[in-house]
Design a protein around this ligand. Structure first.
Ligand SMILES: Cc1cc2nc3c(=O)[nH]c(=O)nc-3n(C[C@H](O)[C@H](O)[C@H](O)COP(=O)(O)OP(=O)(O)OC[C@H]3O[C@@H](n4cnc5c(N)ncnc54)[C@H](O)[C@@H]3O)c2cc1C
Ligand code: FES
Length: 502
């Protein structure tokens, strides 16, 4: 079983001329679905655009590790939005998602893109009878919000459910095939994409100056589409919650179900994808947990494999992967001005595990905001909206957790007083050198790799991920490889080198 996602394994990379980032009307940081879609649309609108991507491959962050259902059904969000903010907000949110689906389909047809696009019904299901009332409420709220929703007990899944909400005529696709089609149309005529270059800092002004690992680049507008915003202004680190999901995928003997599925009880997720060789790939997702939780990620994979075998007859997965997404304190994404005083720095984040539509929607909204076109979603998704302040309970809960980990993990590490000899081959542990906490990993050949355990974002102690062999930060989900290199932000700098303790 490979640890590379199917989307990354089944696609190559477009030839990009190696070039430094160049000054432009707009600099877009991050080449996931939000960044690539925004850049593509801004170029279409006649602006010069430079996309700066830290990784070596495009659409290889969370977007390369998604399940890529393109649907306005986001769990049971419409009953929650209606009761918290009223039907107008639920309607506006739902209409935006449906528009995103239609835009991808229309644009793909217009440019002749082949992205395995396929219209399907989507189901949010529950197995416990006690959950049925909630599903009926969700079906009603979604239908009232103008969406193609109804309650059903027929899903096509190979196991019984107590009930489900069905959204008809939704879609699925291959996210990387789609985004590479868009990305290859960005370079030229004032458009540039660079990979392997990390944004490190930003000085706001007119123009703004982005500091990158390849030098400064200037732009009238900067779009921060780095998944977790990398700049510590606007308090994003205090109002986004990272949650990870795992995926296994393979080729079961019998064809998988026709629809797209998500459990409202345990978040198990199911869809199929054409593998290009006549076979159909079955994807099963689940085992949600907070990044850096005190838990074994390898055991979560075992549990997901068991579930996929027992429920879907997927005996031997060919792929496994994981990623985390970010949820805002009021469950609506943040798309708009980066902070209260800015007029030319923009952000798109907090897609709540539904970034295929929300990331696309973010592109259309940011294009309109930057080019001065009115958009009905500007107020609903404004990162400074009033509802963010109304969600004080969620805000306090998220930050209490971070505070506990910031202090508690240090106390635990110092109390354990572990030395490097306690680290077995293939494992990582936090060991101590006097008052210093060191992230020590012993590779399969017995060599020790030591780096500071202090996350370079805001200083929480990293935790070893025993399935991926990475160091993950429990506070805001930065990830580092065992030599300290950044794999995922908000951190932009590697973990400091450290000597093994004596
Ligand atoms: C397991 C899983 C399943 C999911 N399934 C679905 C689904 O079925 N349907 C759905 O709608 N959504 C789904 N989602 C959510 C969706 O995948 C995400 O919301 C979406 O991909 C996020 O896109 P993004 O562009 O914001 O982030 P990313 O794709 O992570 O892009 C951000 C980019 O910024 C780059 N970057 C970071 N820091 C820097 C820096 N300092 N300088 C330059 N570049 C930088 C990163 O390398 C990355 O390429 C799922 C998520 C997960 C985890
Ligand atoms: S990601 Fe914020 S402290 Fe590590």
């Amino acid at each position: 079983m490979t640890g590379v996602s199917y989307w990354l394994n089944s696609t190559g990379d477009p030839p990009l001329a190696p070039s430094p980032p160049v000054n432009a009307d707009v600099v877009v940081l991050g080449a996931g679905i939000a960044g690539i879609t925004t850049a593509y649309l801004l170029k279409q609108a006649g602006l010069t655009v430079t996309v700066i991507e830290a990784g070596d491959r495009l659409a290889a962050g969370v977007t390369g590790h998604t399940t890529a259902k393109v649907t306005s059904q986001h769990g049971a969000i419409y009953s929650s939005l209606t009761s918290r903010f009223g039907q107008d907000t639920a309607r506006a949110y739902g209409a935006g998602q449906q528009l995103a689906i239609d835009w991808i389909e229309t644009e793909a047809a217009a440019i002749g893109a082949d992205a395995d696009w396929s219209r399907r019904d989507s189901y949010a299901y529950a197995e416990r009878p006690s959950s049925v009332e909630g599903l009926r409420r969700e079906a009603g709220a979604a239908a009232d919000a103008g969406l193609p929703a109804s309650f059903t007990t027929e899903t096509g899944l190979p196991f019984d459910v107590a009930g489900a909400v069905r959204f008809t005529n939704q879609a699925q696709f291959h996210p990387r095939k789609w985004l590479l089609e868009l990305a290859t149309r960005i370079p030229g005529d004032g458009g540039t994409i660079v990979t392997g270059i990390r944004a490190l800092g930003l000085t706001e002004g007119d123009p703004c100056v982005v500091v990158t690992t390849a030098g400064p680049v200037r732009a009238r507008h900067v779009v921060v589409a780095t998944h977790y915003p990398i700049f510590d202004r606007g308090l994003y680190f205090a109002r986004l919650e990272p949650r990870r999901d795992l995926v296994v995928a393979g080729y079961p003997a019998a064809a998988g179900p026709d629809g797209m599925y998500i459990s409202t009880e345990d978040r198990h997720s199911v869809r199929t994808a054409p593998a290009g060789d006549g076979r159909s790939l079955l994807l099963a997702g689940g085992e949600p947990h907070r990044v850096g939780a005190r838990t074994s990620v390898a055991r979560h994979y075992d549990a997901l494999r068991t579930w996929a075998r027992e429920r879907l007859s997927l005996d031997e997965p060919a792929y496994r992967w994981l990623a985390h997404d970010l949820t805002t304190v009021d469950a609506l994404p943040y798309v708009g001005g980066f902070h209260r005083r800015t007029r030319n720095v923009w952000v798109a984040t907090g897609f709540g595990h539904w970034g295929m539509t929300n990331g696309t929607l973010a592109g259309t909204l940011l294009r309109d905001l930057i080019t001065g076109v009115e958009n009905p979603l500007a107020g609903v998704l404004d990162p400074q909206r009033l509802t963010v302040r109304q969600s004080a309970t969620e805000f306090v809960k998220a930050n209490a957790y971070v505070a506990t980990r910031f202090v508690g993990d240090r106390v635990d590490a110092l109390a354990a007083r572990r030395g490097a000899e306690s680290v077995p081959a293939g494992r990582g542990r936090i060991v101590t050198d006097g008052p210093r906490a060191i992230a020590a990993y012993r590779d399969d050949d017995g060599a020790l790799h030591c780096v500071s355990a202090r996350c370079t974002h805001l200083g929480c102690l990293v935790v070893f991920n025993d399935a991926e062999r990475t160091w993950d930060c429990p506070c805001h989900a930065s990830r580092f490889d065992t030599d300290g290199r950044v794999l995922a932000g908000p951190a932009v700098r590697p973990l400091s080198p450290a000597d093994p303790p004596d």
